[in-house]
Design a protein around this ligand. Structure first.
Ligand SMILES: NC(=O)C1=CN([C@@H]2O[C@H](COP(=O)(O)OP(=O)(O)OC[C@H]3O[C@@H](n4cnc5c(N)ncnc54)[C@H](O)[C@@H]3O)[C@@H](O)[C@H]2O)C=CC1
Ligand SMILES: O=C(O)C(=O)Cc1ccc(O)cc1
Length: 309
């Protein structure tokens, strides 16, 4: 049995990959009475209606939120404050405001102070995405078997439960986290890895001037994986690093220490150290697969089975 209508009117502010995927899923499964969208350009708004991810679009965010019982901010983290300021006077009493930003503490600080009393603020982060952006990149199954982390920071339980119900109906597993903890965990699992990928591709680009096109021509799978990540949206990732500065710098400091230790092992010919290190990291990969969390694996989303890799 389906979840039925969870919100009467959902307003999506910023119509990109995440809003597009949410809109398509809500429309597909009838989770919202009406989905209203808004984006800065007429082209994006027209595309969103054409793709069927919302029922109608408005030119301004202020118009979009009128009468909505759920408003989801789907813009880059650095744009959240300006959007919150714009919509605040137009929010319906009792509405829930949420977001999908990759960083939580900075979004709470940027949005919270603008919201009037009587509006529930339930920040969220669907830990699901791709390197693509824009509404045309959205797809309704993006959130299937992925985590959505809620960092309610004192919001009313009924508002939190209702938003959790929507994310579950969109395919996610839902957990709650304290915002600073979220930002530290994501710095390890997502933010620092993205910066490392950007750096590695930058290094290869510098090298290309020496080796001509060989870096591209002979690029092995490892480097190709880095280029996929490093093709992610520059505005979104600039904002992630600037707004999760402390946690990212903490993790990068640790990363640099480990890198130096590995560098030293290579220089001194310490094969045991390298072998032990790689044995430990292989076990982590196997743990991910056993937990059914590897979306590339053929058994993703199914009950854990024997490790075959
Ligand atoms: N791309 C990903 O894989 C994931 C992204 N997120 C988060 O979701 C949010 C949206 O990301 P995507 O959908 O990927 O981005 P996107 O680039 O596909 O879409 C962003 C939308 O926001 C609009 N926008 C940009 N700056 C704006 C501004 N100053 N004022 C008003 N609108 C503005 C853009 O025109 C576009 O419609 C970000 O906060 C990001 O951190 C969360 C999980 C995964
Ligand atoms: O494409 C990938 O590999 C990602 O890591 C997608 C992603 C990007 C940002 C997030 O906050 C969550 C997921």
């Amino acid at each position: 049995m389906g979840a039925g209508v969870i919100y009467q009117r959902v307003a999506l502010i910023g119509l990109g990959l995440i809003a597009g995927s949410m809109g398509l899923r809500m429309k597909r499964d009838g989770l919202a009475g009406e989905v209203v969208g808004t984006a800065r350009t007429a082209r994006t708004r027209e595309m969103a209606v054409g793709l069927g991810l919302c029922d109608r679009v408005t030119e301004t965010a202020a118009e979009a939120v009128a009468g909505a019982d759920l408003v989801v901010l789907c813009v880059p983290v650095g744009a959240m404050a300006a959007v919150a300021r714009e919509i605040a006077p137009h929010l319906a009493p009792g509405a829930t405001v949420s977001d999908v930003g990759s960083v939580k503490r900075a979004v709470i600080a940027a949005v919270g102070p603008h919201l009037p009393a009587g509006v529930h603020f339930v920040p969220a982060h669907p830990v699901a995405g791709t390197e693509h952006s824009g509404p045309e990149s959205g797809f309704p199954t993006l959130f299937d078997n992925r985590w959505c982390l809620l960092t309610p920071d004192g919001a009313a339980a009924e508002a939190v439960d209702r938003l959790a119900r929507l994310w579950r109906a969109m395919g996610s597993n839902v957990d709650q986290m304290e915002p600073d903890h979220h930002d530290l965990v994501l710095a390890v699992t997502s933010h620092a890895p993205h910066l490392i990928a950007y750096t590695m591709v930058g290094v290869a680009d510098d090298l290309r001037r020496v080796t001509d096109s060989e870096v591209i021509k002979y690029s092995a799978a490892g480097f190709r994986d880095f280029t996929r990540i490093a093709a992610s949206d520059p505005v979104m990732w600039r904002d992630v690093f600037l707004s999760n500065k402390d946690a990212t710098l903490e993790i990068l400091g640790r990363f640099t220490e480990e890198l130096f230790a590995l560098q030293r092992a290579i220089r001194t010919g310490d094969g045991d150290m390298l072998h032990d290190y790689f044995t430990r990291t292989r076990a982590i990969r196997r743990g991910i697969i056993e937990a059914g969390q590897d979306t590339d694996a053929p058994n993703f989303g199914r009950a854990p089975g024997p490790v075959t890799e």
